[in-house]
Design a protein around this ligand. Structure first.
Ligand code: ZN
Length: 152
């Protein structure tokens, strides 16, 4: 479901050492959070549009360019490369937010800044409970995230 294989294929950047722990943390969130939704590919562009037109989002991330959404080429994995995001036939809202977090931190590669952006997106687009859960899981799984506000 997550982009472990795809990302390593299509990027030349060095992965952050906490990548596997971050993936595991997301998997735990998917397992326990009732706000996790499965979204069919046909509805993903609309979901992404909504996020990119959100006033909070636009201000916080300095009006980022909306990515092109394409049908994924890597089975059940999502991926983000340049200004494109590929999604599988169905994806959870977590996977969508994960790939958007890549767009917002092109050099973050699952490091602390990426982890922080993901929490912020989860907070804004899934809710406080989900963000609290994710932070708790990060702590347990030893995932570091940038803790100061506006850290990007
Ligand atoms: Zn990723």
């Amino acid at each position: 479901m997550l982009a472990i294989f795809a990302i390593s294929l299509i990027t030349f950047q060095t992965e952050h050492p906490q990548k596997e722990r971050l993936y595991h943390a997301e998997k735990l969130l998917v397992d326990e959070d009732p706000k996790v939704k499965v979204i069919p590919f046909a509805e993903i562009p609309q979901y992404v549009d909504k996020i990119y037109s959100d006033p909070w989002f636009k201000e916080r991330y300095k009006n980022p360019q909306k990515p092109i959404i394409e049908k994924g080429k890597f089975g059940n994995n999502g991926y983000s490369t340049g200004n494109r995001i590929g999604f599988p036939p169905v994806a959870t809202n977590i996977v969508i937010l994960h790939e958007i977090a890549h767009q917002l931190t092109p050099k973050g590669m699952h490091g602390p800044k990426f982890a922080r952006v993901l929490v912020d997106l989860v907070w804004k687009f899934m809710g406080q409970d989900s963000a609290d859960r994710l932070r708790k899981i990060y702590l347990k799984q030893d995932v570091n995230w940038l803790q100061k506000p506006n850290g990007n």
